[in-house]
Design a protein around this ligand. Structure first.
Ligand code: PBG
Length: 428
């Protein structure tokens, strides 16, 4: 059986051929996808595309075994060429001369093996970054506006969620804390408390799973009594340079706890260079910066703000987040972030901003991240629950499209669910 192996999910080794001894069994998933289950592991499968399905095979096989075929060939008896086979259309099909086409793109799509061979974009669990909401409590609290998402208890639910995600090849996580009102202030000082919720959660995760990649959010909004990403002046202006000062302390505190990638999502000017210098001054040369380069003032963040109870107390975020009408402005931000030393550039939201992802992909050599935000997630979930769309197919297509537009990694609340599908474990 000729087969093609799709890219192996991040956590798993490589199966070289379908007859290799590494796998222990084949589980059929659909008419043309098989999963090879690796030996000695409870869930280490590989998606395999079979060369053709019975339906599409028009050549009649001799029915000989491989040994008989070999013997026949050695004896000089080769199988006849396939007979010319012209399947008929239904009665009433018009009889026409074939169009004189030099190019028929459908030729490259005619079988599963050809389609798999020419697939330009792939999706793997290693592309996903899983955003996790955490809180001080013990229970996992469901988030009303985001079905399937929870505020996880940092000592219990968080560890369990990370365990399950790792099992399907997701090794990257970004943490978002729900901070009690009593700890919020106008200057957001809890953001750089070394014993705050996020640093504690990072230390715990790194102790249990030293090999995971931990991204953090750098912004004041979860800690701000005003619900803004920066310090608010008495006239309502968000103060840039003073906020950047706080963000540097926050990033250093997260790095000290063991964060791998700090991710400023605040959209203040000059914060990338300032954070880079602050990290380096403390010896954190190896800690990366993922900059929210093109973060738009979007209504798609609604469910997230409910999850963290972080709605701005007044006004909106339009003096720092970008105008959804703007395209060229994303280049201004890109040039600044590149020059200031960002390691990864992020576009947010995702699907409504595919043109911006493509713009950054084509204008920078840095890795590009896309954030499929809460509103995008909840719309797909709601459409699925109402049976208006096929949730799983729309989920996979939306993620693939973000990759096609040029995203290397995707921050998505679907990370574990999508990775489970890629690993052949549905309904996880
Ligand atoms: C805030 C932050 C937001 C999100 C990530 N970080 C919300 C905002 O800017 O108000 C939104 C993520 C989502 O909607 O999924 N720094």
């Amino acid at each position: 059986m000729a087969s093609i192996l799709s890219p192996a999910p991040g956590n798993v080794g490589v199966v070289r051929s379908i007859d290799d001894k590494i796998y222990v069994g084949l589980r059929p998933l659909s008419t043309r996808t098989y999963v090879a289950v690796a030996r000695g592991s409870k869930a280490r499968p590989f998606a395999v595309v079979r060369a053709s399905s019975e339906k599409e095979v028009s050549v009649k096989s001799s029915g000989l075994s491989i040994e008989e075929c070999e013997a026949a060939a050695v004896a000089g008896k080769f199988p006849d060429p396939p007979p010319l086979y012209r399947p008929q259309g239904p009665k009433g099909t018009p009889v026409v001369q074939p169009l004189p086409l030099s190019r028929r793109p459908r030729r490259n799509r005619k079988s599963p093996a050809l389609r798999a061979a020419f697939q330009e974009t792939t999706l793997s669990p290693s592309n996903f970054v899983h955003p996790l909401f955490i809180h001080e409590g013990e229970e996992d609290v469901p988030i009303g506006a985001m079905p399937g998402c929870f505020r996880l208890g940092w000592r219990h639910g968080l560890l369990e969620e990370v365990y399950k995600a790792r099992d399907v090849g997701v090794n990257s996580f970004v943490l978002f804390p729900k901070i009690p009102d009593a700890l919020k202030s106008q200057t957001g000082d809890e953001a750089y408390n070394d014993n705050g919720l996020v640093p504690r959660a990072i230390r715990l995760l790194k102790d249990k799973y030293p090999d995971i990649v931990i991204y953090t959010d750098v912004a004041l909004d979860p800690y701000s009594s005003d619900g803004h990403d920066g310090i608010v002046r008495e006239d309502g202006v968000i103060m840039n340079d003073e906020t950047v000062h706080q963000l540097c302390r926050q990033a250093v505190s997260q790095a000290r706890a063991g964060a791998d990638v700090v991710s400023p999502s605040d959209m203040m000017d000059g914060r990338i260079l300032a954070i880079r210098m602050a990290l380096d001054a403390e010896g954190f040369h190896d800690v990366s910066i993922m900059s929210y380069t093109a973060k738009y003032a979007s209504a798609f963040y609604g469910p997230f703000r409910e999850a963290l109870d972080s709605n701005p107390r007044f006004g909106d975020k339009k003096t720092y987040q970008m105008n959804p009408a703007n395209y060229r402005e994303a280049l201004v931000e890109t040039e600044a972030d590149e020059a200031e030393g960002a390691d990864i550039l992020l576009v947010k939201p995702g699907l409504p901003y595919l043109d911006i992802i493509r713009l950054l992909r084509d204008s920078s050599s840095l890795p590009i991240a896309a954030y499929q935000v809460s509103g995008e997630y909840s719309m797909i979930k709601a459409g699925g629950v109402l049976k208006m769309i096929d949730e799983e197919k729309v989920m996979m297509e939306s993620l693939l499209c973000l990759r096609r537009a040029g995203a290397d990694i995707i921050l998505t609340y679907f990370a574990r669910q999508a990775a489970s599908v890629l690993c052949g474990m549905k309904g996880n």
